[in-house]
Design a protein around this ligand. Sequence first.
Ligand code: DAH
Length: 339
Amino acid sequence: MREELTALREQALRDIAAAADVSALDQVRIAIMGRSGRLTQAGEQMRHIAKEDRPEIGRLLHEVRTAVTGALEARMADLRSAVEEAELARMDPTLPGVARSVGSVHPLQHLQERAVEIFRRMGFALAEGPDIETEWHCFDALNTPADHPARNEQDTFYLPDGRLLRTHTSSVQIRTMEGQAPPVRVIAPGASYRRDEVDATHLAQFTQMEGLYVDEGVTLGDLKGTLEYFFRELFGPDAKVRFRPHFFPFTEPSYELDVRAAALGGGGRWLELAGCGMVDPAVFEQINERRGDRAFDPDRVTGFAFGFGLERLAMILYGVPDIRMFVENDQRFLSQFAP
Ligand code: DAH
């Protein structure tokens, strides 16, 4: 048994040294240490060894196992690092890397961020409300009569439960005043929905930006100054702003706002860009009734509101000829806005 073990060790070490690659070495390992490997079988012979010889043979067996295991591990490490070196030698670290495109900000998002940034400078906070609205928040509280054409099923998406997809972000004015007493100064960008036929200038979902400022002593002068500042920041100091009397149910007086600026092209034409006005006292009374207090007492507070569409603005600013391009996700379109 002693000679057998010594011979086994010599043979095993020779086989290990001769293994040319990782898989050959694995075969050698199995032949020696596997379930029916040579060393495993030698271990099983221990049962037949005379009792007095067992300590010595046992020690020898242990030595052989340690030596073989050590040799296997060392050879495996050598072979693996040889493989790695060969791979490294094939690699050229001076080759340029593969550039990954990180994409770009959507032009509408970009414009929205610019607009929000300007209003934030004037102390406006961001506000939001749900896209699925109640008729009360979208129309009634905004002083819109029951027979107003905007409420028509032809113009508004109604859900079976009577709620609707908001037709404008003006509902966020109501949501904000329900939850917050004056002073209120918020800007609310978000989606609006109308049952419009989709064409080059209409989408059934578009983006609006709403503004609301309510406090003691807010005047029409504040409204004009705020919007004039905003459009000058957006389009440059040459931008001219014009307020044209109009009608909205929730403001009195109401205006449409036209802008003229070199950045907008159009050969000096006035472009209609926003609706605005002084919050109608009837809106404040709706809010007070809902809140159960007089936080928006029209004898004490006044306010202005405004709203404009971002798609139309972006089309003019960036020279986009068709509003559908904003939702088609065509890389050839989007990548033109990449920084
Ligand atoms: N909600 C109006 C629309 O969708 C825009 C608007 C007009 C918003 C006047 C206002 C406002 O806040 O005061 O056409």
